[in-house]
Design a protein around this ligand. Sequence first.
Ligand code: AMP
Ligand code: MG
Length: 343
Amino acid sequence: MLMRRRISIILAAVCMAAFCSCAFVGTNEETAQKTEFFAMDTYMSVTAYGESAQKAIELAKDEVQRLDKLWSVTDENSEIFAVNSGGEVSVSGETAQLISFMLEMAKRTGGTLEPTLYPVVKAWGFTGGENRVPSGDEIQELLKNVGYEKVSVSGNTVTIPSGVMLDTGAVGKGYASDKAAEVLKENGVDSALIDLGGNIVLIGSKPDGKDWKIGVRDPEGDGVVGVISASDCAIVTSGAYERNFTVDGVVYGHIIDPKSGAPVDNDILSVTVIASEGRLCDALSTALFVMGKDGAITHWRTHKDFEMIMLCKDGQAYVTEGIADRFEADEKHSEMKINVITG
Ligand code: AMP
Ligand code: MG
């Protein structure tokens, strides 16, 4: 059964918790302005503080909805839909930038982030349609059209062979969260929390000057395994628990290994990435999940432009040194071993 990305927002007296990857323990509800909406196939919210917050959150929402229209893979009027028809396609500057970024990240991650995986993702029923287990032959046939190096961008023109199709699912929300943050800042907001289906961007600190508290969801149960204290950064989690279906007792998750064309089944349950930009976090969280624990650690040691928290099937957490003292296990998970990854 398809499990939609679960975002539940619990409002308590002084506590707002958004469970996907994240839970923000808030403050100063009096001056908080918040908008909630559905876009990019998930629940989203923008919370901001200050005098200009009300107007700014509406403009940020408009921006995300505008990008959703441009980047939807299923909307026949979107620019990505036009690109997926093949040939030389002229797109807007921001769509060209999104595609260039996806190609750049595909290269950086050795193709574990694979922007052209759409036909395979679709065959498993993860983007519209019924969930099903495609045959090995069907997957091999579809994989012939997969490969980010088949796509090129020059200025605002995208060149893509017929049959090759982009999927913005792994990066679009992160990219849109950065754009929403720009809109908020341009409109005078210096304290805000953007949550686009678990893609979090934190602008500044909380209004009281303290760090935001962002919970990392328990991939195997309800609630959180721990809390990250942070300000002015983006935080994104990828995990198979977000969308999956079960056939004959086997759970098939929505993140696909581009080599096999099958859902990832490795040693990681979820990976949370913390960095300055949402787009980098989103691209990396998906790619690191595909890489597995050792590959993800190697990638971190090579680049060091992000921090991460991996929750693994061995019941342990693996946390990079730059975030280790900002991550605290939840009471219920106080026994969990936290390994600090050093450079
Ligand atoms: P995320 O939730 O950001 O980890 O992205 C997962 C979504 O990206 C899936 O629902 C698919 O639409 C798509 N996807 C799945 N596997 C990959 C992959 N290896 N590379 C790029 N996109 C993927
Ligand atoms: Mg992602």
